[in-house]
Structure formats: C-alpha cells, structure tokens
Write a protein that binds this ligand. Sequence first.
Ligand code: PHB
Length: 394
Amino acid sequence: MRTVKFLLAAALAVAASGVFAQTIKIGFISTYSGLNANLGEYMERGMRLYMKLHEKDLPPGVKLEILVRDDTGPNPDKARQVAQELIVRDKVQLLTGVIFTPNAMSMAPLATEAKVPFVIMNAGTAVITTRSPYIARLSFTLWQSSYPLGTWAARKYNTAYTLVSDFGPGHDAEQAFSQAFAAGGGKVLASVRVPLQNPDWAAYMQRVKDAKPDTLMVFIPAGKTATAVMKNFSELGLDKAGIKLIGPGDITTDEELVNMGDAALGVTTMFHYSAAGNRPANKAFVAAWKKEYGAKAVPNFISVGGWDGMDAIFHVIKAQKGKLDPNKTMELLKNYKNPNSPRGPISIDPETRDIVQNEYLREVRRVGGELVNVELETFATALKDPWKELQKKK
Ligand code: PHB
C-alpha cells in the first residue's frame, strides 16, 4: 500500500511538473577489433565528449542510452546481425556509428524495413546514402576529398599512379581522383587495387617506384594501415626518387602522425578535418578533448564524425522534445545545419541526405615539435558529394 501511495505521489509530482522521464535508446555500431581496431574508440570518444558537454541541453527528463556493439572490422554479416538485434530485441530508436562501408551497406535495408533513422559517423562510399531513405551521413564521401585533390594535382603534376584498398571507398577515391586529374590534363600511368588486409606493401611500392610517376595518390583506411603505407613509401626510397605522396586525409590521419615520424613530412592531402585547424570551434574541441582524454591525446576526423553525428542526433531529439517519429526525424536531419562544427560550417543536403562541407588543402609540417596537418587553404567551400552532382548531369 505504501509503495502504491509513493508511486502515485511520484507520478502526480511528475505530471504536475510536466516532465516525464524518458530514455531514448541509440544503437552505436563501431569497430573495436579486427582491422584498425582502435578507430571505434576515436569515434565513441567524440560522441561521448559531445554528450557530456551538452547533456544539459536535452529536453527535461530525456536520457540517452547508448548500446555499443563491435562489428569486428569490415564485416557486413556481423554488422547486419548486431543491427538486427539492436532493432528487434533492444528496440533502439536510432542507429549510428559505423567505420566501414560494407557494414553500412548491409545495415541500410534494415533501417528501411524497420524505419529506424541511421546517422552515419564515418563510412564514406558515395553510394551508401542512396541505399535507404532512413540514412543521413555526417561524415564525408571519398569523392568529396579525392575529386578536388585530382583538380589540384593536375595543376602541379603531369603523371600520377593510384594505389587504393580494394573496397568501396578505395574504388571511389581512385575514380574521383583519376577523373579530375584527367580533366585537368594529367595522365594516370597505372591504377592498382590492393587487398584490404595485410598487402605486401614493399612489392607494391617497388612497382610504383619503377613506373616513375610524378605523384602517387593513395587511399587506405585510416589508422595503422596509414602508418604502414608511410613507412614503406619512405623505406623503399620513393620520396628520394622524387615521387610525391598525396591522398585524401585518411593517409595522414592526425592520431597516427606521431607514429609516422618524419616520413610524413611534406605529404599533401585534401580533407574536411585537421586537428590543427585554427577555427575557434576546433580549438575549443581539441582543448576539450585533451582535458577529457589527456594532454597528448589527439582527435581525428572519425572523432569529429562522432561529435557532429551526436550534434545532429541532439538536434532531432530537442526539436521533437524527446518523442521521436522516424519520418519527422528524417525531415529534421535533411535540414540540419551547423555553422560551427570543428571542421567549419556543415549541413545536410536535403536532396541526398549527404554532408555538405569545406575541403582543405593540407600539408604535414612540424609545428612546435609536433607533426600536424597544416591547412594551407580552403580549396572547396560548401562542397556537395561530387559523385551525386555528376550523376545528376548524366
Ligand atoms: C569506409 O569504409 O568507408 C572507410 C574506412 C576508413 C576510412 C575511410 C572510409 O578512413
């Protein structure tokens, strides 16, 4: 009887205040084992830092519960299985995270079928967002970096060689770069696609060296693979042979620069985020990161994907006062804008549900004793995914 009375009183108090406790379940799928296993942590830390600093902005009574799952690397079957469980058993209202393209592709039909909005924080192959009307991407596409990179490279170099990991984002980087490089009058001497896991780097680098291109464009997934490329490039003497290494920013991912050492000096990349960007919003983000995770900790573009992805999720929760309707959520995501992301102004293109952002031309330099990606210029402003823009013209 006592308990009943207590519960009644509590319910009345809550009703009187107009505040109903409500927990929103969010399924977060990322990579904590397998290939480049530390990338999941970078994403989760970005997301959690955002939540910690902005929790107070949630509607009264609304709490978030993040259900974290490991997809074990580029593993579409595993990603589909954990997404299915999150939807059916745990009844999550949103899906988010996802480092690798094949995983996002396998989850897309589930998002559609269950009408669960899916906010992508990394996976960057252009086609992904066309696979479900319930996807919005807060990260990037490889076309967004590699197409302007090709335009820039054609002004500087006559010949190029491309080397990419043999999966979706690699194919996109190769195509985007080659198309823009050729349009600018450059000649691609050869294009190789290497296995995603443990390729024989020395053998591939020797082939590049023998071909004597002016520049080598590389895409590999960020993380330890980037460091392996950098070491082999320099150990086989491609730099000394006068070949310039360029690529999307995945090859000089901020957190690995310390492990790459001087081999990375002078490498030029095109990308949407550098931890060394001197926008005030980025300075504040990096300072908060160091305060939370330690003075030596450096966030990368995947961390910013986690941060911005959570900002978009907060936006849809606040706008709906915690009561999420999937179609309303998608409408809100389509019109999402943030003039003040650590990477600069961003928005979602309502037509494609893909990110619109700046691309910066950067070079690895030593600044104050540390290797950083110095942003030299804003090469493209408010750039939409070039693949989708070119499709429209066809
Ligand atoms: C992807 O699978 O889409 C992906 C993975 C790692 C990156 C970029 C893209 O660095």
